[in-house]
Design a protein around this ligand. Structure first.
Ligand code: DGY
Length: 324
């Protein structure tokens, strides 16, 4: 019997979607923007698999709309916070994601944000574009050094370690805090959370968004950081309390921040005071956005989907999800 897959997008990079279409029947959502669960539910009936992006909400209503034939939800994303994992487990649906293939690219972006925020490069470039570079002054565009600074990594998985490797080339001292990686290694010293906050010149976040990490960087944590510190977030927006960060930047509690992710995405015209802060560099969730990496994410997501549909073990199921 032909397998049927709901793809939440048609405009996916690389050849993964075409490969999927050559093996199963694919029904794609063809609207613009981000599909609402109810829109997906209308076309999900009878699906054996769902191919989705990390910010597509996969809830019980959508799983039920697909019905008992549904066996796998495959995310072309490392993050899986938009999936109701309990609802999937209750219905025997395997959920897979795409760790690994995006780690190096996302680490590059984290490092770009570290350099941009700390060296105030976006402000300097904006000034040049606005015709404001009329004289060379010794005290213009002054930032803080990245070389030789202390980098703190909250979360020391694949992306955190890839950032640590880059930091070695900048002569940085690297600290990390991660309950799942509590040991020192040749790149980084394991420390407790309080030490990480107190000693980091740059704090870079690499944790998934879960009940225990939501808002983990709030007003108290920002106050525990150095006034010269830079906060960088390429993980998920909900890890940082944005109201507290806005206040911290306005009041000079920390030096600067670089954000690739926000509590609500996408933002469109809904840019807040946060994005307008001169000490903040903001990007529209482009951590994994290279042609090769986005294509590799789709490829791995398609492999996972086909594996489950054709009775093999998924390559990269969510932690704690039984591969079928
Ligand atoms: C991920 O894979 O989680 C990235 O944030 C892109 O969605």
């Amino acid at each position: 019997m032909t397998q049927r897959v709901l793809s939440t997008r048609r405009d996916l990079p690389g050849s993964g979607l075409a490969r999927l279409e050559s093996q199963v029947e694919v029904v794609s959502w063809t609207g613009t923007g981000t599909p609402k669960p109810a829109e997906l539910a209308r076309i999900a009936g009878g699906a054996n698999g769902i191919l989705a992006l990390g910010n597509d909400r996969i809830d019980a209503e959508l799983l039920d709309a697909a019905g008992p034939s549904l066996r796998v939800v495959s995310l072309a994303s490392m993050g899986f916070d938009a999936v109701d994992q309990q609802a999937a487990a209750d219905r025997g649906v395997v959920v897979t994601h795409t760790p690994g293939v995006l780690a190096e690219t996302t680490a590059d972006l984290a490092f770009a944000l570290i350099l941009m925020a700390r060296r105030r490069l976006a402000s300097a470039r904006d000034c040049l574009h606005a015709g404001g570079w009329s004289v060379f002054r010794m005290d213009d565009y002054l930032g803080l050094d990245v070389c030789g600074a202390t980098l703190g990594l909250l979360g020391y998985g694949q992306i955190g370690r890839a950032v640590a490797r880059r930091a070695a080339g900048f002569g940085m001292r690297v600290l990390h805090h991660d309950p799942f990686a509590p040991q020192d290694d040749h790149l980084s010293w394991a420390v407790d959370f309080a030490t990480l906050l107190a000693e980091s010149d740059v704090l870079s976040l690499h944790v998934p968004l879960t009940d225990s990490t939501r808002g983990i960087i709030g007003a108290d944590q920002l106050r525990a950081m150095k006034p010269t510190a830079t906060l960088v977030n390429t993980s998920r927006g909900g890890v940082v309390d944005e109201v507290a960060l806005l206040a911290a930047l306005r009041d000079g509690v920390i030096h600067s921040a670089g954000l690739d992710v926000f509590e609500r995405e996408p933002r469109g015209a809904d840019v807040t005071d946060l994005v307008e802060q001169s000490r903040l560099v903001a990007l529209p969730h482009v951590g994994s956005a290279t042609e090769a990496t986005r294509a590799a994410m789709v490829d791995l997501a398609v492999d996972n989907l086909l594996d489950v549909l054709f009775g093999r073990s998924a390559r990269t199921p969510l932690p704690g999800t039984a591969a079928k």
